[in-house]
Design a protein around this ligand. Structure first.
Ligand code: URA
Length: 294
């Protein structure tokens, strides 16, 4: 049995991206699930070169090689992962009943049905992960995973260090205290300033509400990193497929979180060194700092 973690809202199977062998075979259209079980029972199915002796074996379609009657399983849809730089004034959903432009309108040439992992506000821009790997998407969105997301933001006014510390410790919002965050000063101008904030939650309008709570409304918001993924120099409206290394890093992130949750541990957070806060860079223009490192 796959371990199941309960959250207040829903239950989710968090074990790997594995599925039952008969489900994988059935998913290719080669046989029904029952017929697939018969194929397995008859010793006609091999995984990674070994004939399968048991029913219900779990396989990872991304990693395991499955053969039926000596032939590679074809028709299994490979997992696709891509990063889009969502422009401002675009819906982060696939459809909009109001007829507004959605992220789907930017996925030219992507024939596989991918869906967005999480949301960005209509007026926010930046990194959106889209995939057809539903289990990975669900796991990344699960509140217990704490996948760090970093936003580059422009806010009204200039925050003193005390307000920055307050945001880092947590602020009271109408839906409760926020978890610890990291805030980095980027630039200040006459009336506004630019900062980077990294949070591990995904509440609605969270970053905007956090800064609003300390009296500095957000004027511009761009997601620049999500877990091991960076926006890099992807222009607004452009997308790219993840490299194998990035896709593996995402899967490993999920695997590690699952393992630590199964061991009953809280997710490991890197110890922060005591902050020696650097000063603000002065500039009226922001050079978008979209570092590659997570
Ligand atoms: N926080 C917000 O307030 N808006 C977003 O789009 C993302 C995070």
């Amino acid at each position: 049995m796959a371990p199941v973690l309960a959250s207040r809202a829903h239950k989710i199977d968090l074990r790997d991206m594995e599925i039952r062998l008969q489900k994988l075979i059935a998913g290719t259209g080669l046989a029904s699930r029952r017929k697939a079980e018969e194929l397995i029972a008859a010793g006609r199915v091999a995984v990674n070169g070994k004939v399968v002796a048991e029913q219900g074996m779990k396989v990872d379609p991304d990693r395991d090689h499955v053969k039926v009657d000596g032939k590679h399983l074809s028709g299994a849809q490979p997992f696709v992962y891509l990063v889009l730089n969502k422009p401002k004034h675009v819906m982060s959903t696939l459809d909009d009943p109001g007829g507004r432009t959605t992220v789907k309108d930017y996925l030219h040439g992507v024939s596989v049905r991918v869906f967005p992992v999480g949301r960005l506000d209509f007026d926010s821009e930046g990194l959106m992960l889209l995939t057809n790997n539903g289990d990975l998407a669900q796991a990344l969105l699960h509140p217990r995973y704490h996948v760090p997301k970093t936003y580059l933001i422009k806010v009204k006014g200039v925050l003193p260090d005390e307000e920055i510390k307050q945001l880092e410790r947590g602020v009271e919002l109408e839906d409760g205290m926020t978890s610890p965050a990291q805030v980095k000063k980027v630039r200040k101008a006459e009336q506004n300033s630019w900062l980077e904030i990294t949070i591990r939650e995904g509440r609605k309008h969270q970053v905007k509400r956090m800064f609003e709570s300390v009296g500095h409304p957000v004027i511009k918001l761009m997601r620049i990193r999500m877990g091991p993924l960076s926006l890099g120099d992807l222009a607004p409206g452009e997308f790219r497929f993840l490299t194998d290394r990035e896709a593996n890093a995402l899967r490993e992130l999920v695997d590690q979180r699952v393992a630590s949750i199964e061991r009953g541990e809280e997710p490991v957070r890197r110890q922060r060194k005591p902050v020696r806060r650097a000063g603000w860079a002065r500039s009226s223009k922001i050079k978008k700092s979209r570092g590659r490192a997570a």
